[in-house]
Design a protein around this ligand. Structure first.
Ligand code: ATP
Ligand code: MG
Length: 514
Protein backbone atom coordinates (compact mmCIF):
# COMPACT_ATOMS: atom_id res chain seq x y z
CA UNK A 1 0.00 0.00 0.00
CA UNK A 2 1.22 3.48 -0.77
CA UNK A 3 0.15 6.63 1.03
CA UNK A 4 0.95 10.21 0.17
CA UNK A 5 3.71 11.81 2.30
CA UNK A 6 2.35 11.74 5.83
CA UNK A 7 2.73 14.93 7.79
CA UNK A 8 3.96 12.92 10.83
CA UNK A 9 6.93 11.66 8.86
CA UNK A 10 7.57 15.15 7.52
CA UNK A 11 7.66 16.66 11.00
CA UNK A 12 9.88 13.93 12.33
CA UNK A 13 12.36 14.56 9.53
CA UNK A 14 12.28 18.31 10.06
CA UNK A 15 13.18 17.86 13.73
CA UNK A 16 15.98 15.54 12.85
CA UNK A 17 17.25 17.99 10.26
CA UNK A 18 17.67 20.73 12.86
CA UNK A 19 19.35 18.33 15.31
CA UNK A 20 21.83 17.35 12.59
CA UNK A 21 22.50 20.99 11.70
CA UNK A 22 23.28 21.66 15.38
CA UNK A 23 25.70 18.76 15.50
CA UNK A 24 27.43 19.92 12.33
CA UNK A 25 27.96 23.37 13.80
CA UNK A 26 29.39 21.94 17.01
CA UNK A 27 31.65 19.69 14.93
CA UNK A 28 33.01 22.69 12.99
CA UNK A 29 33.90 24.39 16.33
CA UNK A 30 35.65 21.26 17.57
CA UNK A 31 37.70 21.05 14.42
CA UNK A 32 39.27 24.40 15.23
CA UNK A 33 40.21 23.76 18.86
CA UNK A 34 40.90 20.01 19.23
CA UNK A 35 43.90 17.89 18.17
CA UNK A 36 43.39 15.45 15.28
CA UNK A 37 43.43 12.16 17.26
CA UNK A 38 40.66 13.55 19.43
CA UNK A 39 38.84 14.69 16.32
CA UNK A 40 38.85 11.25 14.71
CA UNK A 41 37.66 9.72 17.99
CA UNK A 42 34.85 12.22 18.19
CA UNK A 43 33.99 11.65 14.53
CA UNK A 44 33.56 7.94 15.18
CA UNK A 45 31.42 8.57 18.22
CA UNK A 46 29.27 11.13 16.42
CA UNK A 47 28.70 8.70 13.57
CA UNK A 48 27.55 6.13 16.11
CA UNK A 49 25.30 8.70 17.71
CA UNK A 50 23.89 9.62 14.29
CA UNK A 51 23.12 5.94 13.78
CA UNK A 52 21.03 5.96 16.95
CA UNK A 53 19.11 9.14 16.33
CA UNK A 54 18.79 8.82 12.52
CA UNK A 55 18.46 5.13 11.74
CA UNK A 56 17.24 5.63 8.14
CA UNK A 57 18.93 4.66 4.90
CA UNK A 58 18.34 6.44 1.61
CA UNK A 59 19.00 4.92 -1.82
CA UNK A 60 19.07 7.07 -4.93
CA UNK A 61 18.00 5.87 -8.37
CA UNK A 62 19.12 8.18 -11.17
CA UNK A 63 17.35 8.47 -14.50
CA UNK A 64 20.49 8.39 -16.59
CA UNK A 65 23.48 6.21 -15.95
CA UNK A 66 26.49 5.10 -17.91
CA UNK A 67 28.51 6.86 -20.56
CA UNK A 68 25.93 6.90 -23.30
CA UNK A 69 23.29 8.62 -21.22
CA UNK A 70 21.11 5.61 -21.66
CA UNK A 71 17.94 5.87 -19.60
CA UNK A 72 18.19 3.55 -16.64
CA UNK A 73 15.86 0.59 -16.91
CA UNK A 74 15.50 0.50 -13.15
CA UNK A 75 14.40 4.14 -13.11
CA UNK A 76 11.70 3.36 -15.71
CA UNK A 77 10.55 0.34 -13.71
CA UNK A 78 10.25 2.43 -10.55
CA UNK A 79 8.42 5.17 -12.45
CA UNK A 80 5.89 2.67 -13.80
CA UNK A 81 5.53 0.93 -10.43
CA UNK A 82 4.89 4.20 -8.65
CA UNK A 83 2.53 5.36 -11.41
CA UNK A 84 -0.04 2.72 -10.52
CA UNK A 85 0.69 2.61 -6.83
CA UNK A 86 0.95 6.29 -6.10
CA UNK A 87 -1.37 8.04 -8.52
CA UNK A 88 -4.37 7.73 -6.25
CA UNK A 89 -2.51 9.26 -3.32
CA UNK A 90 0.02 11.78 -4.56
CA UNK A 91 -1.33 15.26 -5.06
CA UNK A 92 0.79 16.49 -7.96
CA UNK A 93 0.99 14.17 -10.95
CA UNK A 94 2.39 14.10 -14.47
CA UNK A 95 0.30 12.63 -17.30
CA UNK A 96 1.53 10.64 -20.31
CA UNK A 97 -0.49 8.96 -23.07
CA UNK A 98 -0.03 5.20 -23.45
CA UNK A 99 -1.46 2.26 -25.36
CA UNK A 100 -3.12 3.18 -28.67
CA UNK A 101 -3.41 6.77 -27.47
CA UNK A 102 -6.48 5.74 -25.52
CA UNK A 103 -5.31 5.72 -21.94
CA UNK A 104 -3.29 8.01 -19.73
CA UNK A 105 -0.52 7.00 -17.35
CA UNK A 106 -0.14 9.18 -14.29
CA UNK A 107 3.14 9.42 -12.45
CA UNK A 108 4.46 11.37 -9.50
CA UNK A 109 5.58 14.90 -10.24
CA UNK A 110 8.90 16.29 -8.97
CA UNK A 111 9.31 16.81 -5.21
CA UNK A 112 6.29 14.66 -4.51
CA UNK A 113 6.55 12.09 -1.74
CA UNK A 114 4.61 8.88 -1.22
CA UNK A 115 4.90 6.01 1.23
CA UNK A 116 4.62 2.33 0.46
CA UNK A 117 4.08 -0.65 2.75
CA UNK A 118 5.65 -3.98 1.89
CA UNK A 119 5.57 -7.04 4.17
CA UNK A 120 4.99 -4.79 7.16
CA UNK A 121 7.88 -2.48 6.21
CA UNK A 122 7.22 1.19 5.60
CA UNK A 123 9.14 2.92 2.81
CA UNK A 124 9.24 6.51 1.59
CA UNK A 125 9.66 7.35 -2.10
CA UNK A 126 10.49 10.83 -3.27
CA UNK A 127 10.98 12.10 -6.82
CA UNK A 128 13.41 14.97 -7.26
CA UNK A 129 15.59 16.67 -9.80
CA UNK A 130 18.87 18.50 -9.71
CA UNK A 131 19.65 21.22 -12.20
CA UNK A 132 23.27 21.62 -13.16
CA UNK A 133 24.71 24.97 -12.12
CA UNK A 134 27.31 25.12 -14.89
CA UNK A 135 26.96 27.95 -17.35
CA UNK A 136 28.30 26.00 -20.33
CA UNK A 137 26.22 25.69 -23.45
CA UNK A 138 25.07 22.12 -23.79
CA UNK A 139 23.99 20.12 -26.81
CA UNK A 140 21.85 17.95 -24.59
CA UNK A 141 19.09 19.91 -22.95
CA UNK A 142 17.90 16.89 -21.02
CA UNK A 143 21.31 16.21 -19.56
CA UNK A 144 21.28 19.41 -17.48
CA UNK A 145 18.32 18.29 -15.47
CA UNK A 146 19.04 15.16 -13.52
CA UNK A 147 16.03 13.35 -12.22
CA UNK A 148 16.16 10.73 -9.55
CA UNK A 149 14.03 8.81 -7.10
CA UNK A 150 15.13 8.39 -3.51
CA UNK A 151 13.93 5.56 -1.33
CA UNK A 152 14.17 5.89 2.46
CA UNK A 153 13.60 3.12 4.96
CA UNK A 154 14.69 2.03 8.43
CA UNK A 155 18.07 0.36 8.43
CA UNK A 156 16.72 -2.75 10.16
CA UNK A 157 14.73 -3.45 6.96
CA UNK A 158 17.76 -3.27 4.73
CA UNK A 159 17.72 -6.98 3.88
CA UNK A 160 14.02 -7.04 3.09
CA UNK A 161 14.38 -4.01 0.83
CA UNK A 162 17.36 -5.26 -1.14
CA UNK A 163 16.37 -8.92 -1.30
CA UNK A 164 12.62 -8.70 -1.80
CA UNK A 165 11.23 -5.20 -2.14
CA UNK A 166 13.41 -3.87 -4.99
CA UNK A 167 13.03 -7.04 -7.10
CA UNK A 168 9.27 -6.78 -6.46
CA UNK A 169 9.27 -3.15 -7.69
CA UNK A 170 11.25 -4.08 -10.83
CA UNK A 171 9.09 -7.05 -11.65
CA UNK A 172 5.79 -5.23 -11.10
CA UNK A 173 7.05 -2.22 -13.08
CA UNK A 174 8.02 -4.42 -16.01
CA UNK A 175 4.70 -6.26 -15.96
CA UNK A 176 2.78 -3.00 -16.01
CA UNK A 177 4.86 -1.54 -18.83
CA UNK A 178 4.36 -4.65 -20.99
CA UNK A 179 0.62 -4.31 -20.43
CA UNK A 180 0.65 -0.58 -21.25
CA UNK A 181 3.21 -0.85 -24.01
CA UNK A 182 2.47 1.22 -27.03
CA UNK A 183 4.11 -0.58 -29.90
CA UNK A 184 6.27 1.42 -32.26
CA UNK A 185 7.27 1.39 -35.90
CA UNK A 186 10.83 2.61 -36.28
CA UNK A 187 12.73 3.72 -39.35
CA UNK A 188 16.35 4.72 -39.75
CA UNK A 189 16.82 8.29 -40.88
CA UNK A 190 19.91 9.29 -42.82
CA UNK A 191 22.47 11.23 -40.77
CA UNK A 192 21.42 14.65 -42.06
CA UNK A 193 17.79 14.32 -41.00
CA UNK A 194 18.65 13.72 -37.41
CA UNK A 195 18.43 16.39 -34.77
CA UNK A 196 21.19 17.29 -32.41
CA UNK A 197 24.22 15.16 -31.84
CA UNK A 198 23.76 11.86 -30.02
CA UNK A 199 20.07 11.58 -30.78
CA UNK A 200 18.87 8.11 -31.75
CA UNK A 201 19.55 6.67 -35.19
CA UNK A 202 15.94 5.52 -35.32
CA UNK A 203 12.82 7.65 -35.47
CA UNK A 204 9.44 6.19 -34.72
CA UNK A 205 5.68 6.46 -34.99
CA UNK A 206 3.05 4.45 -33.15
CA UNK A 207 2.52 1.06 -34.80
CA UNK A 208 -1.17 0.59 -35.47
CA UNK A 209 -1.44 -1.80 -38.43
CA UNK A 210 -4.68 -3.80 -38.24
CA UNK A 211 -3.39 -6.91 -40.07
CA UNK A 212 -3.71 -10.24 -38.29
CA UNK A 213 -3.18 -13.89 -39.15
CA UNK A 214 -6.94 -14.31 -38.99
CA UNK A 215 -7.46 -11.96 -41.93
CA UNK A 216 -4.37 -13.05 -43.87
CA UNK A 217 -5.34 -14.98 -47.00
CA UNK A 218 -3.32 -18.19 -47.05
CA UNK A 219 -3.80 -21.95 -46.86
CA UNK A 220 -4.87 -22.68 -43.26
CA UNK A 221 -2.24 -25.38 -42.72
CA UNK A 222 0.63 -23.19 -43.88
CA UNK A 223 -0.68 -20.33 -41.78
CA UNK A 224 -0.92 -22.46 -38.65
CA UNK A 225 2.60 -23.71 -39.25
CA UNK A 226 3.94 -20.13 -39.29
CA UNK A 227 1.94 -19.17 -36.18
CA UNK A 228 3.29 -22.21 -34.31
CA UNK A 229 6.83 -21.37 -35.38
CA UNK A 230 6.51 -17.78 -34.12
CA UNK A 231 4.94 -18.74 -30.81
CA UNK A 232 7.50 -21.46 -30.19
CA UNK A 233 10.25 -18.92 -30.84
CA UNK A 234 8.78 -16.34 -28.47
CA UNK A 235 8.69 -18.86 -25.61
CA UNK A 236 12.06 -20.44 -26.25
CA UNK A 237 14.44 -18.30 -24.16
CA UNK A 238 15.67 -21.19 -22.05
CA UNK A 239 15.99 -23.46 -25.06
CA UNK A 240 18.18 -20.97 -26.95
CA UNK A 241 20.36 -20.58 -23.84
CA UNK A 242 20.66 -24.33 -23.57
CA UNK A 243 21.76 -24.84 -27.17
CA UNK A 244 24.10 -21.84 -27.03
CA UNK A 245 22.45 -19.79 -29.76
CA UNK A 246 21.48 -16.12 -29.75
CA UNK A 247 17.74 -15.77 -29.24
CA UNK A 248 16.83 -14.63 -32.74
CA UNK A 249 15.22 -16.07 -35.84
CA UNK A 250 15.36 -15.09 -39.48
CA UNK A 251 12.44 -15.29 -41.91
CA UNK A 252 12.64 -14.87 -45.65
CA UNK A 253 9.35 -13.95 -47.31
CA UNK A 254 9.39 -14.24 -51.06
CA UNK A 255 6.83 -14.06 -53.81
CA UNK A 256 5.40 -11.78 -56.51
CA UNK A 257 4.22 -8.23 -55.65
CA UNK A 258 0.86 -8.07 -53.88
CA UNK A 259 0.93 -11.51 -52.31
CA UNK A 260 0.95 -10.26 -48.71
CA UNK A 261 4.60 -10.12 -47.62
CA UNK A 262 4.34 -6.75 -45.89
CA UNK A 263 0.92 -7.69 -44.54
CA UNK A 264 2.40 -10.82 -43.00
CA UNK A 265 5.11 -8.81 -41.21
CA UNK A 266 2.41 -6.63 -39.63
CA UNK A 267 0.47 -9.75 -38.64
CA UNK A 268 3.62 -11.22 -37.05
CA UNK A 269 4.21 -8.03 -35.04
CA UNK A 270 0.58 -8.01 -33.89
CA UNK A 271 0.64 -11.68 -32.95
CA UNK A 272 3.74 -11.40 -30.77
CA UNK A 273 3.29 -7.80 -29.60
CA UNK A 274 6.72 -6.79 -30.96
CA UNK A 275 7.99 -3.43 -32.20
CA UNK A 276 8.91 -3.17 -35.88
CA UNK A 277 12.21 -1.71 -37.12
CA UNK A 278 11.91 -1.03 -40.85
CA UNK A 279 15.52 -0.81 -41.96
CA UNK A 280 16.16 1.19 -45.12
CA UNK A 281 19.54 -0.13 -46.18
CA UNK A 282 20.18 2.52 -48.80
CA UNK A 283 20.09 5.19 -46.07
CA UNK A 284 22.76 3.42 -44.01
CA UNK A 285 26.15 5.07 -44.47
CA UNK A 286 28.44 2.12 -43.84
CA UNK A 287 28.86 -1.14 -41.96
CA UNK A 288 29.71 0.68 -38.72
CA UNK A 289 26.44 2.56 -38.83
CA UNK A 290 24.63 -0.69 -39.58
CA UNK A 291 26.11 -2.17 -36.40
CA UNK A 292 25.10 0.90 -34.38
CA UNK A 293 21.56 0.60 -35.69
CA UNK A 294 21.47 -3.01 -34.59
CA UNK A 295 22.71 -2.17 -31.11
CA UNK A 296 20.03 0.46 -30.71
CA UNK A 297 17.16 -1.92 -31.44
CA UNK A 298 15.27 -3.15 -28.41
CA UNK A 299 14.43 -6.75 -27.62
CA UNK A 300 10.96 -8.01 -28.56
CA UNK A 301 11.28 -6.56 -32.02
CA UNK A 302 11.12 -7.45 -35.70
CA UNK A 303 13.86 -5.99 -37.89
CA UNK A 304 12.63 -5.77 -41.47
CA UNK A 305 14.62 -5.29 -44.67
CA UNK A 306 12.14 -5.06 -47.52
CA UNK A 307 13.06 -5.84 -51.12
CA UNK A 308 16.53 -6.93 -50.17
CA UNK A 309 17.42 -7.55 -53.83
CA UNK A 310 16.83 -3.87 -54.64
CA UNK A 311 18.44 -2.41 -51.52
CA UNK A 312 22.00 -3.20 -52.48
CA UNK A 313 23.78 -4.83 -55.35
CA UNK A 314 24.66 -7.70 -53.08
CA UNK A 315 24.66 -10.33 -55.76
CA UNK A 316 27.02 -8.28 -57.89
CA UNK A 317 29.48 -8.19 -55.03
CA UNK A 318 29.31 -11.88 -54.60
CA UNK A 319 29.62 -12.66 -58.30
CA UNK A 320 32.74 -10.55 -58.55
CA UNK A 321 34.01 -12.30 -55.50
CA UNK A 322 33.51 -15.68 -57.08
CA UNK A 323 35.36 -14.61 -60.20
CA UNK A 324 38.29 -13.29 -58.27
CA UNK A 325 38.42 -15.76 -55.47
CA UNK A 326 37.67 -19.38 -56.07
CA UNK A 327 38.46 -20.56 -52.55
CA UNK A 328 35.39 -18.99 -51.00
CA UNK A 329 36.85 -18.54 -47.52
CA UNK A 330 35.51 -15.97 -45.07
CA UNK A 331 38.53 -13.67 -45.32
CA UNK A 332 38.26 -13.54 -49.08
CA UNK A 333 34.63 -12.64 -48.78
CA UNK A 334 35.46 -9.82 -46.43
CA UNK A 335 38.18 -8.44 -48.69
CA UNK A 336 36.08 -8.45 -51.83
CA UNK A 337 33.06 -7.08 -50.07
CA UNK A 338 35.23 -4.26 -48.76
CA UNK A 339 36.50 -3.56 -52.23
CA UNK A 340 32.99 -3.47 -53.56
CA UNK A 341 32.03 -1.18 -50.71
CA UNK A 342 34.18 1.53 -52.29
CA UNK A 343 32.24 1.24 -55.50
CA UNK A 344 29.00 1.50 -53.62
CA UNK A 345 30.03 4.85 -52.23
CA UNK A 346 28.82 6.57 -55.34
CA UNK A 347 25.19 5.69 -54.65
CA UNK A 348 25.32 6.84 -51.06
CA UNK A 349 25.64 3.59 -49.14
CA UNK A 350 28.79 1.71 -48.30
CA UNK A 351 27.08 -1.24 -46.70
CA UNK A 352 28.59 -4.43 -48.01
CA UNK A 353 27.42 -8.00 -48.20
CA UNK A 354 29.93 -8.91 -45.55
CA UNK A 355 28.61 -6.13 -43.29
CA UNK A 356 25.08 -7.35 -43.78
CA UNK A 357 25.99 -10.96 -43.08
CA UNK A 358 27.66 -9.90 -39.85
CA UNK A 359 24.65 -7.80 -38.93
CA UNK A 360 22.41 -10.84 -39.15
CA UNK A 361 24.57 -13.60 -37.85
CA UNK A 362 27.84 -12.17 -36.56
CA UNK A 363 29.06 -11.57 -33.05
CA UNK A 364 27.19 -8.31 -32.74
CA UNK A 365 23.87 -9.83 -33.63
CA UNK A 366 23.83 -11.53 -30.23
CA UNK A 367 23.58 -8.29 -28.25
CA UNK A 368 19.97 -7.87 -27.26
CA UNK A 369 17.59 -10.76 -27.55
CA UNK A 370 14.19 -11.95 -28.71
CA UNK A 371 14.54 -10.53 -32.16
CA UNK A 372 13.14 -11.61 -35.48
CA UNK A 373 14.81 -10.54 -38.71
CA UNK A 374 12.64 -10.55 -41.82
CA UNK A 375 13.80 -10.13 -45.42
CA UNK A 376 11.37 -9.77 -48.27
CA UNK A 377 12.06 -10.17 -51.97
CA UNK A 378 10.21 -10.63 -55.23
CA UNK A 379 13.09 -12.63 -56.72
CA UNK A 380 14.46 -15.41 -54.59
CA UNK A 381 16.90 -16.48 -57.29
CA UNK A 382 18.59 -13.07 -57.26
CA UNK A 383 19.79 -13.45 -53.68
CA UNK A 384 23.18 -14.63 -52.64
CA UNK A 385 23.03 -18.13 -51.10
CA UNK A 386 25.20 -16.92 -48.20
CA UNK A 387 22.54 -14.41 -47.26
CA UNK A 388 19.69 -16.87 -47.07
CA UNK A 389 21.36 -19.92 -45.62
CA UNK A 390 19.76 -21.45 -42.50
CA UNK A 391 21.02 -19.73 -39.40
CA UNK A 392 20.66 -16.41 -41.18
CA UNK A 393 17.24 -16.94 -42.69
CA UNK A 394 15.93 -19.94 -40.77
CA UNK A 395 12.51 -20.18 -42.32
CA UNK A 396 11.74 -19.51 -45.97
CA UNK A 397 8.09 -18.68 -46.63
CA UNK A 398 6.72 -18.48 -50.12
CA UNK A 399 3.73 -16.22 -50.63
CA UNK A 400 2.28 -16.98 -53.97
CA UNK A 401 -0.77 -16.37 -56.14
CA UNK A 402 -4.23 -16.60 -54.62
CA UNK A 403 -5.44 -20.16 -54.15
CA UNK A 404 -9.09 -21.05 -53.53
CA UNK A 405 -8.35 -21.57 -49.81
CA UNK A 406 -6.83 -18.09 -49.61
CA UNK A 407 -9.80 -16.65 -51.53
CA UNK A 408 -12.20 -18.13 -48.94
CA UNK A 409 -10.43 -16.17 -46.19
CA UNK A 410 -10.80 -12.97 -48.21
CA UNK A 411 -14.51 -13.69 -48.93
CA UNK A 412 -15.05 -14.14 -45.19
CA UNK A 413 -13.13 -10.93 -44.38
CA UNK A 414 -14.83 -8.76 -46.96
CA UNK A 415 -18.38 -10.19 -46.98
CA UNK A 416 -18.68 -12.60 -44.02
CA UNK A 417 -19.62 -15.49 -46.33
CA UNK A 418 -18.41 -19.09 -46.18
CA UNK A 419 -20.11 -20.32 -49.35
CA UNK A 420 -21.86 -19.02 -52.44
CA UNK A 421 -23.09 -20.44 -55.73
CA UNK A 422 -20.23 -18.71 -57.56
CA UNK A 423 -17.57 -20.38 -55.39
CA UNK A 424 -17.39 -23.38 -57.75
CA UNK A 425 -16.66 -21.17 -60.79
CA UNK A 426 -14.14 -19.15 -58.81
CA UNK A 427 -12.31 -22.27 -57.62
CA UNK A 428 -11.98 -23.53 -61.21
CA UNK A 429 -10.95 -20.13 -62.57
CA UNK A 430 -8.34 -19.49 -59.82
CA UNK A 431 -6.83 -22.90 -60.53
CA UNK A 432 -6.20 -21.85 -64.13
CA UNK A 433 -5.01 -18.28 -63.56
CA UNK A 434 -2.33 -16.49 -61.58
CA UNK A 435 -4.01 -13.74 -59.63
CA UNK A 436 -2.51 -12.10 -56.55
CA UNK A 437 -4.45 -11.81 -53.27
CA UNK A 438 -4.14 -8.02 -53.71
CA UNK A 439 -6.06 -8.21 -57.02
CA UNK A 440 -8.68 -10.56 -55.57
CA UNK A 441 -9.10 -8.28 -52.55
CA UNK A 442 -9.54 -5.26 -54.82
CA UNK A 443 -12.36 -7.02 -56.75
CA UNK A 444 -14.06 -8.07 -53.51
CA UNK A 445 -14.09 -4.54 -52.17
CA UNK A 446 -17.54 -2.89 -52.58
CA UNK A 447 -17.21 0.09 -54.93
CA UNK A 448 -20.51 1.72 -54.00
CA UNK A 449 -23.02 1.33 -51.17
CA UNK A 450 -25.25 -0.96 -53.31
CA UNK A 451 -22.47 -3.50 -53.91
CA UNK A 452 -23.24 -6.69 -52.00
CA UNK A 453 -21.50 -10.08 -51.96
CA UNK A 454 -23.26 -11.15 -55.20
CA UNK A 455 -22.10 -8.10 -57.11
CA UNK A 456 -18.54 -8.29 -55.80
CA UNK A 457 -18.19 -12.01 -56.57
CA UNK A 458 -19.44 -11.37 -60.13
CA UNK A 459 -16.85 -8.60 -60.46
CA UNK A 460 -14.24 -11.08 -59.31
CA UNK A 461 -15.30 -13.73 -61.82
CA UNK A 462 -15.04 -11.12 -64.60
CA UNK A 463 -11.66 -9.96 -63.30
CA UNK A 464 -10.34 -13.52 -63.26
CA UNK A 465 -11.50 -14.21 -66.82
CA UNK A 466 -9.94 -10.91 -67.92
CA UNK A 467 -6.69 -11.88 -66.23
CA UNK A 468 -6.87 -15.27 -67.91
CA UNK A 469 -7.41 -13.66 -71.29
CA UNK A 470 -4.54 -11.22 -70.70
CA UNK A 471 -2.26 -14.09 -69.68
CA UNK A 472 -3.27 -16.03 -72.82
CA UNK A 473 -2.54 -13.02 -75.05
CA UNK A 474 0.75 -12.40 -73.32
CA UNK A 475 1.74 -16.03 -73.79
CA UNK A 476 0.80 -15.82 -77.46
CA UNK A 477 2.80 -12.62 -77.88
CA UNK A 478 5.77 -14.23 -76.21
CA UNK A 479 5.41 -17.29 -78.41
CA UNK A 480 5.23 -15.08 -81.52
CA UNK A 481 8.28 -13.10 -80.36
CA UNK A 482 10.16 -16.34 -79.81
CA UNK A 483 9.23 -17.64 -83.24
CA UNK A 484 10.26 -14.35 -84.82
CA UNK A 485 13.58 -14.47 -83.03
CA UNK A 486 14.17 -18.06 -84.12
CA UNK A 487 13.28 -17.12 -87.71
CA UNK A 488 15.69 -14.19 -87.66
CA UNK A 489 18.42 -16.36 -86.25
CA UNK A 490 17.84 -18.98 -88.94
CA UNK A 491 17.99 -16.27 -91.61
CA UNK A 492 21.18 -14.91 -90.14
CA UNK A 493 22.74 -18.34 -90.12
CA UNK A 494 21.66 -18.94 -93.73
CA UNK A 495 23.18 -15.61 -94.73
CA UNK A 496 26.43 -16.43 -92.97
CA UNK A 497 26.58 -19.87 -94.63
CA UNK A 498 25.92 -18.31 -98.03
CA UNK A 499 28.61 -15.69 -97.53
CA UNK A 500 31.05 -18.41 -96.50
CA UNK A 501 30.33 -20.59 -99.50
CA UNK A 502 30.71 -17.57 -101.82
CA UNK A 503 34.04 -16.78 -100.20
CA UNK A 504 35.21 -20.39 -100.59
CA UNK A 505 34.12 -20.39 -104.26
CA UNK A 506 36.01 -17.17 -104.92
CA UNK A 507 39.13 -18.63 -103.29
CA UNK A 508 38.84 -21.77 -105.45
CA UNK A 509 38.50 -19.67 -108.62
CA UNK A 510 41.58 -17.67 -107.63
CA UNK A 511 43.58 -20.87 -107.18
CA UNK A 512 42.49 -22.17 -110.58
CA UNK A 513 43.43 -18.90 -112.28
CA UNK A 514 46.91 -19.10 -110.74
N1 ATP B 1 -2.38 -12.82 -48.37
C1 ATP B 1 -3.08 -11.70 -48.22
N2 ATP B 1 -4.08 -11.65 -47.33
C2 ATP B 1 -4.80 -10.54 -47.16
N3 ATP B 1 -4.61 -9.42 -47.87
C3 ATP B 1 -3.64 -9.41 -48.78
C4 ATP B 1 -2.82 -10.56 -48.99
N4 ATP B 1 -1.94 -10.28 -49.96
C5 ATP B 1 -2.17 -9.02 -50.32
N5 ATP B 1 -3.19 -8.48 -49.63
C6 ATP B 1 -3.70 -7.13 -49.78
O1 ATP B 1 -3.00 -6.54 -50.83
C7 ATP B 1 -2.32 -5.37 -50.46
C8 ATP B 1 -0.85 -5.48 -50.83
O2 ATP B 1 -0.23 -6.50 -50.06
P1 ATP B 1 1.24 -6.39 -49.49
O3 ATP B 1 1.66 -4.98 -49.42
O4 ATP B 1 1.31 -7.18 -48.26
O5 ATP B 1 2.01 -7.11 -50.67
P2 ATP B 1 3.56 -7.41 -50.79
O6 ATP B 1 3.70 -8.87 -51.01
O7 ATP B 1 4.29 -6.81 -49.67
O8 ATP B 1 3.91 -6.67 -52.15
P3 ATP B 1 5.32 -6.03 -52.60
O9 ATP B 1 6.18 -7.17 -53.03
O10 ATP B 1 4.94 -5.18 -53.78
O11 ATP B 1 5.84 -5.26 -51.47
C9 ATP B 1 -2.49 -5.22 -48.97
O12 ATP B 1 -3.05 -3.98 -48.71
C10 ATP B 1 -3.44 -6.32 -48.55
O13 ATP B 1 -4.65 -5.76 -48.12
MG1 MG C 1 5.65 -5.20 -49.50
Amino acid sequence: MIYSGSSAAGEKWAQMGSAIAGLMFAYAMFQQYFPSFLLSFLEKQSRKLMGYIYPYITITFREFTGERLKRSELYSDIETYLSTHSSTRAKRLKAEVVKDSKSVMLSMDDQEEVTDDFQGVRLWWRSSHKTSKTQSISFFPAADEKRYYSLTFHRRHRDVVTASYLPHVMETGKEISIKNRQRKLYTNSSGDDRGYYRSSLWSHVVFEHPASFKTLAMEPKKKQDIINDLITFSKAKDYYDQIGKAWKRGYLLYGPPGTGKSTMIAAMANLLGYDVYDLELTAVKDNTQLRKLLIETSSKSIIVIEDIDCSLDLTGQRKKKKEEDSEGDEEGKEAIAKKMGKNDGKDGSKVTLSGLLNFIDGLWSACGSERIIVFTTNYLEKLDPALIRRGRMDKHIELSYCSFEAFKVLAKNYHQIDSHELFGDIEKALGETNMTPADVAESLMPKCSDDDADACLKTLVEAISRAKEEARMKAEEEEAAKEKQAEEEAKKKEKQAKAKSEKDEAAENDEEAE
